[in-house]
Ligand binder design. Structure first.
Ligand SMILES: [Zn+2]
Length: 495
């Protein structure tokens, strides 16, 4: 009798054991997303759909305290997984239960849940942390810039590890709610729209929302004192611009440049199609940097970008990225031409519209500037390598490739491509090869050899490869817009 009674008991026990027994199939998520230039960036085994960041920052001490809640979904049976993060973590909870964690590599946080996570399940990850982001150095570098009245984070290709835990690769985009408490009288700026603001016990909390997919490196935070202007475009899109009042002689030029944001956005919509996000604008904090960055909905502009006066061309460049780079993001950092070639070319188109030199004149001049033996031509815009990722050739040769394509296809097909690509790939990711296939389909022409010549050969393409000769014979006059466009090339000097 006892034996018979034990049978159902044993069966139940083996059922209960079914989960632990298969735990052998639960494996750690990959420590990287598989990027060919930055193998440690991002992670495998899960995808994040939303980041909720609740932060507090004290400018006087640079202390950032945070609680990050990540909503994720597993893509494999996970025994553990990695986040990318550099600040000190005090606690991690997964689905409400305490997890254990350890650090490894340059910025890896290895998280082990109390029980393994099954594939295809929704998971919440809560990370509590605190630290001084300007003191966090990775390869001697910090992406966090302290200012006299606050701090700013806007860097490419990596910036998130200095201020929030993430799956830090552009292939995993998510929406964001970013709530930041700062001392009264100080402002906190981020992406998207300000949904609310409240003050309590000497601290003011700003709540920002960016409700369309956004890459981690395009997520920005700026704390300090700003003069803020708000408006709406003719289409009702909120415009939020912010300028530090402490820019000295550059203040007027900075303001005069970013106050062109609405006009530039309208024009870009006529070229690239509907604007993809819930807000637009820009900010110029009091940092000495000369670069700018296309942080989503709200590009960052370093003060130095306005040393020589207003520069609308750099505004055109960063706003063009909202379509090319932000809405349609790269699949791998080697696909950088899809960002920079198009943003640079948009500056040529703006010059053409403003009567400061046509795109063809800029192409002719660019081509003539670089003799065949110039190392400029050894940089392959289609795969420049991590060291040359933001080389001026990625921009200039990248834009030349587009002028050559325009000459080959004609204006009608070319401008249809410029508009249909970001419209049909909105909020997604793409590789250079995807654009080549798309252009072939839209034009009905074989283009593999053409793109190989312009993007992948370490030599100067024959002028004839562009269908119309790029003038390389005699002296070519410098287009009026040239210097201003060149001035934006230190844009992504980054690190
Ligand atoms: Zn750019």
């Amino acid at each position: 009798m006892r034996h018979r009674l034990l049978v159902p008991g044993a069966a139940a026990l083996s059922l209960m054991l079914a989960i632990p027994a298969s735990a052998a199939d639960f494996t750690p998520g990959a420590p990287g997303a598989g990027d060919s230039y930055y193998p440690e960036s991002g992670n495998g085994g899960y995808r994040v759909s939303h980041y909720d960041l609740r932060l507090k920052y004290q400018p006087a001490t640079d202390l950032l305290e945070g609680t990050a809640t990540l909503l994720a979904r597993t893509t494999q049976d996970l025994s553990r997984f990695n986040l990318d993060f550099g600040l000190k973590v005090s606690e991690i909870r997964i689905n409400g239960k305490k997890a254990t964690f350890a650090t490894s590599g340059k910025h890896e946080l290895e998280v082990t849940p109390a029980t393994p996570l099954e594939k295809g399940k929704d998971v919440s990850v809560v990370v509590r942390y605190a630290g001084k982001p300007s003191e966090l150095k990775i390869d001697g570098f910090t992406a966090w810039a302290r200012t006299p009245d606050g701090g700013v984070v806007a860097q490419e290709p990596e910036s998130a590890v200095w201020w929030f835990p993430s799956n830090d690769h552009p292939t995993d985009k998510a929406t964001y709610d970013i709530s930041v408490a700062v001392p009264d009288g100080t402002q906190a700026l981020s992406n998207g729209v300000l949904t609310s603001k409240s003050s309590k016990l000497g601290w003011t909390r700003f709540n920002w929302r960016s409700d369309k997919p956004q890459a981690t490196y395009l997520t920005t935070l700026a704390i300090g004192k700003f003069d803020i202007t708000t408006d709406t475009t003719a289409d009702g899109l909120p415009v939020i611009n912010a300028v530090s009042p402490d820019l000295g002689a550059n203040l007027g030029a900075a303001r005069a440049s970013i106050e062109r944001t609405t006009e530039v956005t309208e024009w870009l919509q006529s070229v690239f199609g509907p604007y993809p996000f819930n807000s637009v604008g820009g900010y110029v904090p009091n940092v000495p940097a000369g670069y700018a960055l296309e942080t989503q909905t709200r590009p960052f502009y370093g003060k130095k970008a306005f040393d020589k006066g207003a520069n609308v061309s750099v505004v055109v460049h960063e706003l063009a990225h909202q379509w090319y780079g932000d809405s349609v993001s790269l699949k791998d950092w080697k696909d950088i031409w899809l960002n920079e070639g198009f943003a640079a070319y948009s500056q040529w188109l703006w010059s053409e519209k403003e009567g400061e030199g046509t795109a063809q004149q800029l192409a002719d001049y660019t081509y003539a500037q670089h003799p065949a033996d110039d190392p400029f031509w050894t940089v392959k815009p289609g795969d420049p390598g991590p060291d040359k990722q933001f080389d001026s050739a990625v921009y200039d040769r990248g834009a030349l490739a587009l002028q050559a394509l325009r000459n080959k296809l004609g204006d009608e097909v070319f401008f249809d491509l410029l508009k249909s690509w970001p419209t049909e790939h909105r909020y997604g990711n793409a590789a250079v090869g995807d654009f080549v296939k798309f252009a072939e389909k839209k034009s009905g022409k074989p283009l593999a050899e053409f793109f190989d010549t312009w993007l992948y050969q370490p030599t100067r393409p024959a002028a004839a490869a562009g269908a119309r000769a790029f003038v390389a014979r005699g002296p070519v006059a410098q287009p009026k817009s040239w210097k201003q466009i060149q001035a934006t090339h230190e844009v992504h000097a980054g690190h």
